[in-house]
Design a protein around this ligand. Structure first.
Ligand SMILES: Cc1cc2nc3c(=O)[nH]c(=O)nc-3n(C[C@H](O)[C@H](O)[C@H](O)COP(=O)(O)O)c2cc1C
Length: 197
C-alpha cells in the first residue's frame, strides 16, 4: 500500500520570512514520522495571484493554469498542514486566498496547524483560519503545534527546535493519521465530483 500524502503548505511569502525554516523543521518531523509521503507547497514559490477565476470554485470550471495545478496538488492530498504566521491577530491573506481558489478539493480533508508568532504562538491566526477551512469541508485535528516567540529562534534559515516542539509535531502527525484514515472513504466520494466535471 502506498503511503498517504501529506501536503505541507508554507503560508508566509514575505522576503526574510521565518516560515520557510519552521516549515523545513516540520517537513523533517513528518518524514521521520514515516506515516506519510510528504509533499510541499510553498506559497512563495507557487505565487498564486489574488483569486482571478470568474466562476465559483464549486463549479471547478477553472480558466487559469495556476488554478488547475493548485487543484491537482490539493486533490492528491490525504491530509494537509498549514504552516502559518499570525498577522494582526489573524491569518495571513495568502492562506485564505489559497483556500478560496478551490472548494471540492478541500472536502473531507484532515487539516493540521503549525502556527507561530509572538506570545500567542499564532493561535489567533489558526482560530480565524478554521472558520474558512471548516466552511470548505476540512476537518481539523485537535492536536496542534503553536510556537511562541518563534522569530528569534530562527538563525541562518534554521529553526532551533526543542524536544517539546518535536513531541507536539509527533502528536499532530499521529492524529492526522487517524483522521485521514477515518475520512478516506468520504473524501474519495467527494472527489468523484472532480472526475465527473
Ligand atoms: C503584517 C504583520 C503583522 C503581524 N502581526 C502579528 C500578530 O498579530 N501577532 C503576532 O504574534 N505576531 C505578529 N507579527 C510578527 C510575526 O509573528 C513575525 O514577524 C513572524 O516572523 C512572521 O512570520 P514570517 O516571518 O514567516 O512572515 C506580525 C508581522 C507582520 C509582518
Amino acid at each position: 500500500m502506498p503511503l498517504p500524502t501529506l501536503l505541507v503548505v508554507i503560508c508566509s511569502t514575505r522576503p526574510g520570512r521565518v516560515g520557510r525554516a519552521i516549515g523545513d523543521w516540520f517537513i523533517e518531523q513528518a518524514e521521520a514520522h514515516g506515516s506519510f509521503k510528504v509533499a510541499v507547497a510553498d506559497l512563495a514559490t507557487i505565487n498564486l495571484p489574488f483569486l482571478d477565476e470568474p466562476n465559483h470554485p464549486r463549479m471547478h470550471n477553472y480558466t487559469k493554469d495556476h488554478t488547475k495545478q493548485w487543484s491537482a496538488t490539493v486533490a492528491a492530498a490525504d491530509a494537509v498542514v498549514f504552516v502559518t504566521p499570525e498577522y494582526n491577530f489573524s491569518a495571513p491573506a495568502t492562506l485564505i486566498n489559497a483556500v478560496d481558489f478551490l472548494y471540492v478539493e478541500w472536502s473531507k480533508l484532515a487539516v493540521g496547524w503549525v502556527s507561530y508568532g509572538g506570545a500567542s504562538g499564532g493561535m489567533r491566526s489558526v482560530q480565524h483560519a478554521k472558520n474558512v477551512t471548516s466552511t470548505v469541508g476540512m476537518v481539523s485535528a485537535g492536536a496542534a503545534v503553536a510556537l511562541a516567540s518563534a522569530p528569534p529562534k530562527v538563525k541562518d534559515g534554521v529553526f532551533a527546535n526543542t524536544e517539546d516542539n518535536d513531541k507536539a509535531a509527533a502528536g499532530l502527525l499521529d492524529e492526522l493519521v487517524t483522521l485521514s484514515e477515518l475520512l478516506a472513504p468520504a473524501r474519495k466520494e467527494a472527489l468523484k465530483e472532480l472526475d465527473e466535471s
